[in-house]
Design a binder for this molecule. Structure first.
Ligand code: NOJ
Length: 559
């Protein structure tokens, strides 16, 4: 078993993600803020998590809601001040929770001083902070397309040059090949680590090194053309190791890198433990592709076998070598119940999905609202959407598929689904703000789905999450045990075992709206097991098996 696994706080913790704009409004202006966070620290702690990851709090024109940073050392005024942040940091630390910041250094905002200076004076050192290039015969420097749709180059008339932006036009890419840029990045890291933060979630960090010469791609997609030239660019290892050795190693901190199109093989290259380890963990996307191709706009039917294969691969390939980051929701993903669960069995499927991923080996991340089973919020009018990628993807979808289909996709895939204000109570505006109007629509289902109504209900999703996280914390097997999958051919059940020393655990999950028969795999005598978690009462056993009810989950522990 797991003598080979090194224990560490970042492996044992669970993390709550705050997307600040929609978390809690403390000053009554309709926008979530740090005062709101401060007031909710006891709530976050009550979930049983050990850390908070803040999506960007920095000063930003909010073209991509904070992922376009204008000042890495200051707080967005709508959210508060640096002192407000320090109060939250202290409040979290006082409660035994760590704080993880979002480090967004693949690009800045076009309102960042560096970018402004790079335009003002093309001979200044700041020009080479970005990828400025001349056009080629009146055309763009290459054929790359942005991740948010549209070309990845924007023309600047004054300079008669184009700049590269892999995301929105207002998010120019930083040139990490320039040593000055890397010094800036290290300084930013030190600034926050010296203040006391405990680590970073590193935004699209695997994109920071672009292939020399920025060659055009032989492939064409309306979105992301050229990605093979920067997905794991030639100097990525070098730069990540530089950041690690010169900064991160000097602090007791952790990193989790966001890594689109990541496989286990490539991940091990970056996160396998040892002297060459570059990051502690990675957010890959493979398990978010069970109902789509690559990303939710290319929608397919939910396929449980696809999901299980991915999970098992990551559990097996990393075990004893590297550490998994576990998530099913975040600010970029539509709500999971709408995707992998069931609206008919909302509560049951929410609890099952929670169990399904949190009982795997890795560090679980829980996104705000996930713990109460918040849902997608379809809006009728495309003009009501605010997310830049939604609006861009809609345009592409409309051109290819027509208005009706495009709107259906928006309803399913929009990031705005996950960005509606947290539903705290059944009071006006779901208790999110005392202002007349919150900055974005509150999901009208808040009268039914809210924190207050779940607080004192022992059967609520919220209290299930609390039990689940407590169970994880109290049982090393959930954190460090090895993993084995059973019933692999089932289209309805996801069953796996965990093993640590002489202990065993069996996790049985149904993804079906019908009853499904289950027989325990060899080596598990259910009568000898202790039922630790379930989302139904009356969990009988017949002939070492049972019929799972819709979206049932059960966790048995064998000591
Ligand atoms: C990934 C972030 O999670 C997403 O919200 C953002 O739009 C892009 N990176 C660009 O920063």
């Amino acid at each position: 078993m797991a003598e080979e696994i090194k224990r560490s706080w970042y492996k044992e913790m669970s993390v709550y993600q705050v997307w600040p704009r929609s978390f809690a409004d403390g000053n009554g202006d309709g926008i979530g803020d740090l005062k709101g966070v401060l007031e909710k620290l006891d709530y976050i702690k009550s979930l049983g998590v050990d850390a908070i990851w803040f999506s960007p709090l920095y000063k930003s024109p909010q073209k991509d809601f904070g992922y376009d940073i204008a000042d890495y050392r200051d707080i967005q005024p709508e959210y508060g001040t640096l002192d407000d942040f320090k109060a939250v940091l202290k409040g979290a630390h006082d409660r035994g929770m760590r704080v993880i910041m979002d480090l967004v250094v693949n690009h800045t905002s076009d309102q960042h001083e560096w970018f402004k200076k790079s335009i003002e004076d093309p001979t200044s050192p700041y020009h080479d902070y970005y990828f400025w290039r001349k056009g080629k015969g009146g055309r763009r420097p290459n054929n790359w397309m942005s991740t948010f749709a549209g070309p990845a180059w924007e023309y600047n008339e004054k300079l008669d040059e184009y700049y590269l932006h892999l995301f929105a036009v207002e998010q120019p890419d930083l040139n990490h090949d320039n040593p000055r840029v890397r010094e800036e990045v290290k300084d930013i890291m030190r600034f926050w680590l010296d203040m006391g933060v405990d680590g970073f979630r590193e935004d699209v960090i695997t994109f920071i090194s672009k292939k020399e010469g920025l060659p055009s791609s032989p492939y064409y997609f309306p979105i992301g053309t050229g990605i093979e030239n920067y997905m794991h660019g030639p100097h990525l290892d070098e730069y990540l190791l530089e950041y690690r050795h010169e900064v991160l190693d000097k602090y007791d901190c952790m990193t989790v890198g966001e890594a689109p199109m990541m496989t286990t093989k490539k991940a091990l290259h970056h996160i396998a433990e040892g002297p060459d380890q570059q990051l502690n963990m990675m957010f890959h996307f493979e398990h978010m592709g069970a109902d789509c191709l690559f990303y939710s706009w290319l929608k397919t039917k939910f396929n449980l076998k696809k999901l299980k294969k991915v999970y098992t691969r990551w559990q097996k390939d990393l075990y004893g070598k590297a550490w998994n980051a576990l998530y099913i929701e975040n600010h970029d993903q539509p709500r999971i119940i709408n995707r992998y669960g069931s609206l008919k069995y909302r509560v049951e499927s929410a609890k099952m999905l929670a169990t399904m991923y949190i009982c795997q080996s890795g560090t679980p991340f829980i996104y705000q609202g996930q713990e109460i089973g918040m849902l997608n919020m379809p809006l009728d009018d495309i003009n009501d959407y605010v997310d830049v990628s939604t609006l861009n993807n809609y345009k592409v979808a409309k051109a290819l598929l027509g208005e009706k289909k495009a709107m259906e996709l928006v309803h399913y895939a929009s990031r705005d689904n996950a960005r509606t204000p947290v539903q705290w109570s059944n009071e006006k505006n779901a208790g999110f703000t005392t202002a007349d109007k919150p900055w974005f629509f509150v999901n009208p289902n808040y009268t039914e789905i809210n924190v207050a109504s779940q607080e004192n209900d022992p059967d609520s999703i919220l209290n299930y999450y609390r039990r689940l996280l407590k169970f994880r914390k109290e049982n090393d097997i959930v954190i460090y045990g090895s993993y084995e999958e059973y019933c692999k051919n089932s289209d309805e059940l996801f069953v796996y075992g965990r093993f640590l020393d002489d202990k065993k655990m069996l996790v049985v999950n149904s993804f079906s709206e019908n009853n499904v028969a289950f027989k325990a795999p060899e080596g598990f005598d259910l009568d000898k097991g202790k039922l630790m978690l379930s989302n139904y009462n009356n969990c009988g056993i017949v002939n070492n098996g049972f019929a799972l009810r819709p979206y049932e989950t059960r966790v048995y522990l064998f000591d």
